[in-house]
Design a protein around this ligand. Structure first.
Ligand SMILES: Nc1ncnc2c1ncn2[C@@H]1O[C@H](COP(=O)(O)OP(=O)(O)O)[C@@H](O)[C@H]1O
Ligand SMILES: [Mg+2]
Length: 239
């Protein structure tokens, strides 16, 4: 049932952005993907969502070979990714922004409204439901982006630095929203994140990349004390 990269390599000219990387996300788990800038984290998310084709290795969803399929096929299979910039419809209300996704999946208007409000409540965004998207704070906008992703009923959700630029109180809310999504839909979540305290308290397991290769993988407590991880981060802000 996993979403898995198997021995994936990606080359850009002479640079190996990913080299022989294997990783699997299980339904219902939050997997953290960390590593210094340029480690190959975004490239791996691109691979897992069909935006980048590996030069070697494969991508499997519940055993099915997805390698080489288009992003639309990955989306259709329930793999939802977010990008750094959230793009909401600025003139629609927050509730409508979420409803759009539900209606697109075939839900009737009234049911979609009810479902959207329930999702917003789960993400502590009920107070925003009637606001237009342009009236949101940055932190709220990010979490509405998550609500929209949730409306797509992901089997797997891939989040590329969702907390980037958030103050700690907002980052904490974002963390609760990620857990609420996991609990609500049971999807597997892969999250790239630089804030170590957030990673350690949010994730069930952590995978560490350095220079395109896997340098460690394990439980947060194991990763925290792993000598190879410490070396990779030496001199960087993460500790
Ligand atoms: N489309 C591309 N063309 C050329 N080089 C790229 C491309 N995408 C990423 N890279 C390079 O691959 C390496 C890994 O990038 P990336 O996956 O974005 O790292 P991270 O997300 O961990 O910061 C970096 O050296 C980056 O410059
Ligand atoms: Mg990146």
């Amino acid at each position: 049932m996993d979403l898995a990269a198997e021995r994936v390599s990606v080359r850009f000219g002479g640079l190996m952005a990913n080299e022989d990387v294997s990783l699997a996300v299980a339904p219902g788990e939050v997997l953290g993907l960390i590593g210094p800038n340029g480690a190959g984290k975004t490239t791996l998310v691109n691979i897992l969502s069909g935006f980048q084709r590996p030069h070697a290795g494969s991508v499997r969803l519940a055993g099915r070979d997805m390698t080489g399929l288009k992003p639309a096929a990955f989306a259709q299979a329930g793999i939802v990714r977010t990008f750094q910039a959230v793009r909401l419809f600025p003139r629609l209300t927050v509730a409508e922004n979420v409803e759009v996704g539900l209606v697109a999946r075939g839900m009737r208007r009234t049911a979609a409204r009810r479902e959207a409000l329930a999702m917003l409540a789960d993400l502590e965004l009920q107070h925003c439901a009637a606001l237009t998207a342009s009236a949101l704070s940055y932190g709220e906008e990010r979490r509405v982006g998550l609500a929209r992703a949730l409306a797509l009923e992901p089997r797997f959700l891939l989040l590329d630095e969702p907390a980037a630029g958030l103050a700690s109180a907002e980052a904490e809310k974002l963390k609760r929203s990620i857990i609420a999504i996991r609990d609500r839909c049971g999807c597997g979540i892969l999250v790239i994140e630089h804030n170590m305290a957030l990673v350690m308290s949010l994730c069930d397991r952590v995978h560490v990349l350095g220079g395109g290769r896997t340098i460690a993988a394990g439980l947060p407590d194991e990763i925290r004390i792993d000598p190879a991880v410490r070396t990779a981060y030496l001199g960087s802000t993460a500790a």
